[in-house]
Design a protein around this ligand. Structure first.
Ligand code: KIV
Length: 266
């Protein structure tokens, strides 16, 4: 694949066969998505984590379909190469097949993203096939499913190997083109990756997945309430931004900004 070629759903899936690891990050706005795309990330997820990292909510549950579409549109507008995927927000995929297809179709029509992601395993197989039959590419998401945080009793590592394998197989058989594995032991993720033909994208699932995803705010060191063990911080933008703002405030207070170079002559 040429480095600047658009990553379509079939190209994304083919990367597994080519043994090429897939990089994915979340983004929620135009400038961030543009920077990620230009830096060469393979896929951008407009995750429902936007409820937590952008809106400041405690869980992903409150974000609405309209809000996902609003952010999805900004991201798609910025991206030329990466595969753009938008999360179906809670409880869209539990509203019945007709409503789910209608909501997912709104995402594709109104954001121009190429695919949707939904949380769930074997219980979602019928919904996934209906979406795929309607021409809507679907990425699955098993393991820790943040939309089920209350049922799961918190954001916890999921350790039922049989359930996880069964869920991943059901999602793949239903026609999903990829699957996120969140917070599961690395050995289980390795087994799932070997057993299914679609790419596995891990977050807290070890190094043997076909690709990795992180929440952009976490990896850039922007403020967050908690830092999970699986996050690697690649920058410290919180202190960079705080230092810049302190310098600006100082400059305004002591009159050194604006200088002559920032000022218009008559
Ligand atoms: O919503 C999200 O950002 C996600 C990733 C953490 C995979 O689902």
């Amino acid at each position: 694949m040429k480095e600047n070629q658009r990553i379509t759903v079939p190209r994304f899936t083919a990367m597994k066969l080519q043994g090429r690891k897939i990089s994915m990050l979340t983004a929620y706005d135009f400038p961030t998505a543009k920077m990620l795309d230009e830096a060469g990330v393979d896929s951008i997820l407009v995750g429902d984590t936007l409820a937590m990292v952008i809106q400041g909510q405690a869980t992903t549950l409150p974000v609405t379909l309209d809000e996902m579409i609003y952010h999805g549109r900004m991201v798609s507008r910025a991206v030329e190469r990466a595969l753009v995927i938008v999360d179906l927000p809670f409880p869209t995929n539990h509203l019945g097949i007709h409503a789910t297809v209608e909501h997912a179709a709104r995402i594709l029509k109104e954001t121009e993203a190429q695919a949707v992601k939904l949380e769930g395993g074997a219980d979602q197989a019928e919904v996934i096939s209906a979406l795929v039959n309607a021409g809507i590419p679907v990425m699955g998401h098993v393991g820790l499913r943040p939309q089920s945080v209350h049922t799961m009793g918190g954001f916890k590592v999921q350790r039922d190997e049989e359930v996880l394998l069964n869920d991943a197989k059901a999602v793949a058989q239903a026609g999903a083109f990829g699957i996120v594995l969140e917070c599961i032991p690395a050995t289980y993720a390795k087994l799932i990756t070997e057993e299914i033909r679609i790419p596995t994208i891990g977050i807290g699932a070890g190094a043997d997945c076909d690709g990795q995803v992180l929440v952009i705010n976490d990896m850039l060191g922007l403020p967050t309430d908690c830092k999970p063990r699986f996050v690697k911080t690649y920058a410290n933008l919180e202190s960079t931004i705080s230092d810049a703002v302190k310098s600006y405030c100082r400059d305004v207070q002591d009159g050194s900004f604006p200088g002559p170079e920032h000022t218009f002559a008559e």
